[in-house]
Each structure stands twice: as C-alpha cells, then as structure tokens.
Write a protein that binds this ligand. Sequence first.
Ligand SMILES: Cc1cc2nc3c(=O)[nH]c(=O)nc-3n(C[C@H](O)[C@H](O)[C@H](O)COP(=O)(O)O)c2cc1C
Length: 196
Amino acid sequence: MMVKKDLRILGLSGSLREGSFNKRLLALALSSAERHGAVVSEIDLSKTPLPFYDADLEARDGLPSTVLALKKEFMDADGLMIATPEYNGFFPGVLKNCLDWLSRRSSIEDPILSSYNGKVIGLMSATVGGSGGIRSLTALTTQFQYLGVMVLPRPFSLMHAGKAFSDGGTVSPELLSSIDEMTSVLIDTLQKLKQD
Ligand SMILES: Cc1cc2nc3c(=O)[nH]c(=O)nc-3n(C[C@H](O)[C@H](O)[C@H](O)COP(=O)(O)O)c2cc1C
C-alpha cells in the first residue's frame, strides 16, 4: 500500500541507550513507513537536553527552547510511533517527562494539548524477557487516551528482543512482516482521516 497524500510520521524511543532494542524496533518501523511513502523523522531523547518538568522553571522562563522544538515536531506530524521498554511494569520516566512537557501550552493562544490534537499513534515495546512490555503498552495506551490521541488497536509487543536482534542487524522475515502490518494499519488509518 502506498501513501496517496502527504503523511508525516514521527518516531520516539523510550530508551536512551545506544544499543537499545526499542531504538532498533523503531528504526525498522520508520523504514517500513518510509517504504510505504510516508515522510518520517525521529526524536532522539538521548540527544535532547530536556530538564525535569518544574513548574517554577516554567513560570520563570516559559517553555524551554528544547520543548518548543519538540512541540513543533509533534504538531507537524500526522502520526506518531513510540517504541518503549518496560521499567518495573510501566513506561520509563524519561518518556513521561517528555510527554508532560509536551502537554504544556507555549502561550495563552496555544490551544490546550496542541502537541497531541488529531494525532494517531502506533505503540511498540521490546523487552529482553518474556513479557514483551505489555504492561508498559497498557500504561501508554491509558496515557495517550488521556492526552486525546487515537491509539491504534493491537500494539506491537516484542519479547526476547535479545534473540530477535542477535545476528548483527539481521532480523527474521516474520518480525519484519509483523512490523510492516502495524505501519500499514497506521498509514491506512491516517489516510482515511485525511480524506476530505
Ligand atoms: C529499571 C529497569 C526495570 C525493568 N523492568 C522491566 C519490567 O518490568 N519488565 C520487563 O519485561 N523488563 C524490564 N526490564 C528489562 C528491559 O526490558 C530491558 O533492559 C530492555 O532491553 C530495555 O530496552 P532497551 O533495549 O530498548 O534499552 C527493566 C530494566 C530496567 C533497567
């Protein structure tokens, strides 16, 4: 399936580490979306100096420039993809901190939850164990429903990620086809929503 209209998909990993399985999963999903004709981009939180959310800092200085830049990237995107690890049955604090900053208004003219309005998101999680991050996916689903983002059904869960990514970058055709299925559903949904 090829994209008929301009579609922009933004990816974000909940893991900061360089060899992250979630970063690798996200990279595969973004490549798949690109093959379908979407314009893709990625936010790398390990290269994004984001302070902890602090209402005093916000009251004094307004939103940090990093947050304003992230807000713009979110607002420019039609669809979102997140791949996240599960930390103690939840999604990581760095991701929550980022999502909280993005929920703030840059000014009184900035509509409430403007970073998230009208977005559709595909969720993924990779873990080394057998859980596949299903608890972090449930938590993220609740989080995005609160933020008013349409969450695609059937989030993608990858258990035993160490095995799936063990062969120096070569992954199984089954994994690639499952990822492709998810990106196809995201693109199909976005195209239907964009129909005038
Ligand atoms: C603080 C912490 C808590 C973790 N909690 C869980 C957990 O609740 N469930 C799980 O399946 N794996 C858990 N793990 C293992 C992660 O799934 C594993 O480290 C995974 O590879 C991290 O993703 P990454 O490769 O993208 O960095 C935890 C790891 C850390 C560091």
